[in-house]
Design a protein around this ligand. Structure first.
Ligand code: ADP
Ligand code: ZN
Length: 215
């Protein structure tokens, strides 16, 4: 399947993407994971992106488009892809449209996951992420803690609160989402791909997407 997952930080895009990859071998492409990996590895991309990310700001479009241009041409995308965290601005959405046309592929659906702001704040302040760039498993200290506190079940690395998950950075990310990313809902409604989902759990969101794709 070829899908865009749209939704505020904390809407569950990453969790839904991971569940969907298990269905048909589509790959999850998370620009946030790619950027955090680059920051950890200390690459040029990481050095350019780090300050924006830490403040909760968007990384400039040209950096993101450079990443995605390459990523979408890798062979594992042939089975399908789940875009998690991209596009995030209208210029990114326009550029993606051009890239997909050039690659000759069509989107199936743009899933807009809607979660109340209260719930988002609650989830983000309790979210913890594995520091291993190859893993980046997500936990929640209340609803889904790791078996051993602070240690990833999957790879044994440390599980920490992300630098951009302080209250100030979270509130900034939510404002930026409203300003820069929420306009994509109308964009994709016009393009005819939009599916808005209000299911309260990630499993419910996955079921709604499967139903839509099955037609
Ligand atoms: P979340 O969805 O929880 O906000 P992500 O992991 O998707 O987190 O992104 C983390 C940070 O990485 C963002 O706050 C932003 O700084 C940067 N980022 C990720 N994807 C993009 C994008 N498509 N455009 C601009 N910045 C991005
Ligand atoms: Zn891990």
């Amino acid at each position: 399947m070829r899908l865009i997952l749209l939704g505020a930080p904390g809407a569950g895009k990453g969790t839904v993407a991971k569940l969907l990859t298990q269905l048909d071998g589509s790959v999850q492409i998370s620009t946030g994971d790619i950027l955090r990996g680059a920051v950890q590895a200390g690459t040029e991309l990481g050095r350019k992106a780090e300050a924006f990310m830490k403040a909760g700001d968007l990384v400039p479009d040209d950096l993101i488009l450079g990443i995605m241009e390459k990523r979408l041409q890798e062979p594992d995308c042939a089975k399908g892809f789940l875009l998690d965290g991209f596009p995030r601005t209208i210029p990114q959405a326009e550029a993606l449209k051009t890239m997909l046309a050039r690659l000759g592929v069509q989107l199936d659906v743009v899933a807009n996951i809607e979660v109340p702001r209260e719930e988002i704040l609650n989830r983000l302040t309790t979210r913890r992420t594995c520091v291993n760039p190859q893993c980046q498993a997500i936990y929640n200290v209340r609803s889904q803690p790791p078996k051993v506190e602070g240690i990833c079940d999957k790879c044994g690395s440390a599980v920490v609160q992300r630098a951009d998950e302080t209250e100030a950075a979270i509130s900034r990310r939510l404002d930026i989402y409203q300003e820069k990313t929420a306009p994509l809902v109308a964009f994709y409604r016009r393009e005819g791909f939009l599916l808005t989902i209000t299911a309260p759990t990630s499993e419910g969101v996955v079921a709604a997407i499967q139903k839509q794709i099955a037609g």
